[in-house]
Design a protein around this ligand. Structure first.
Ligand SMILES: Cc1cc2nc3c(=O)[nH]c(=O)nc-3n(C[C@H](O)[C@H](O)[C@H](O)COP(=O)(O)O)c2cc1C
Length: 307
């Protein structure tokens, strides 16, 4: 009998739907005992969001400052697992606050120690450096990362920026203005998540996860557009300055925090619509000389290794 624990935090239910499909092969197998537990913040984050709340979570998200979660129930915590599936989303190029807070909690230390973990992320498309942060947090918890899957919005970067804002502010995955594509991970990818579940189950029963990530990657489970590595790195560099400043200002004055968050909003719009396209042109112009390094980076970020 294999004991599998699924932990996740999902607001709209997109990540939850992916996980429900992914774990079907385990649930249909009488040799698997599957427990699903969502991570619950003490104070719920709003969904749909309004502009103010959406900005307010920026400093704590980016700086990975934990906020209180409700404890994981004792009967779940006091069990041993053959596999933990950790579903997370990305907020401001870092793990969402509830997931970051969980990974920095004593509950995580108890649950994850010496346990194989597979991470499943469902984000817009900027998840690459967040996974590096997750890798570090898992090491802090003495967990064994054995696999990762990335579910993303596969539309053009700028199209997905427009459609995700519509989704986050309205709360529904509908076509913005009736002309844009639906936001988020495609229905097809959500529906097909179970095929990855089959792969994971096979490796679980083979009693070795050594070849798992290779197989997940070869089946298209971790697609990486090289420009997104560049954007993520630049974004992290810039966010680190803004987040640190706004957090510090906010400790003294909530009014000033809000004022700086408003500046940040305008900066973000400028960065997305002016800065990112310029970086993209430079990226294209330097693609050939940097080709070998780009290829190396892709295979590193698809892996479960930590540099
Ligand atoms: C405050 C906030 C910030 C986000 N920042 C990012 C980001 O930096 N990169 C990204 O790919 N997706 C980002 N997203 C999208 C989420 O990762 C996720 O796909 C979306 O919120 C739906 O997840 P759900 O299953 O919790 O509803 C952000 C979402 C929120 C609410």
């Amino acid at each position: 009998m294999k004991n599998i624990l699924v932990l996740y935090y999902s607001q709209s239910g997109q990540l939850k739907d992916i996980l429900i499909n992914l774990i079907k092969p385990f649930q249909e197998d009488e040799n698997c005992n599957v427990i699903v537990q969502d991570i619950k913040p003490e104070t719920e984050y709003p969904f749909p969001w309004n502009k103010k709340d959406f900005l307010q979570v920026f400093p704590e998200s980016y700086l990975q400052i934990p906020q209180p979660n409700r404890p994981i129930p004792e009967q779940i915590k006091n069990n041993e697992y053959d596999l933990i599936i950790l579903g997370y989303t990305v907020w401001y190029l870092s793990p969402s606050i509830p997931i970051n807070s969980f990974l920095k909690s004593n509950d995580a230390k108890q649950l994850l120690k010496d346990t194989p973990v597979i991470t499943i992320n469902a984000s817009r498309n900027m998840w690459i450096l967040t996974q590096e942060k997750i890798k570090r947090l898992l090491i802090d918890n003495k967990a064994k990362l054995v696999g990762n899957l990335a579910f993303v919005d596969k539309h053009w970067n700028h199209i997905s920026v427009i459609t995700i804002v519509h989704w986050m502010m309205k709360g529904k995955k509908t076509r913005y203005l009736g002309i844009f594509p639906k936001p988020g991970v495609s229905e097809e990818d959500i529906k097909n998540a179970g095929t990855f579940g089959d792969v994971i189950k096979k490796h679980l029963f083979q009693k070795s996860f050594e070849q798992l990530q290779k197989e997940l990657v070869s089946r298209g489970g971790v697609m990486i557009k090289p420009f997104l590595i560049r954007s993520d790195k630049s974004g992290n560099h810039i966010f680190s300055k803004w987040a640190a400043h706004i957090y510090k200002v906010g400790l003294k004055s909530p009014v000033n925090r809000q004022k700086w968050l408003n500046f940040f909003r305008y900066y973000l719009l400028f960065a997305i619509w002016v800065f990112v396209p310029i970086v993209f042109i430079i990226f294209l112009l330097t693609y050939i000389p940097f080709y070998t390094r780009i290829k190396k980076n892709i295979s590193y970020y698809q892996s479960i290794k930590l540099r």
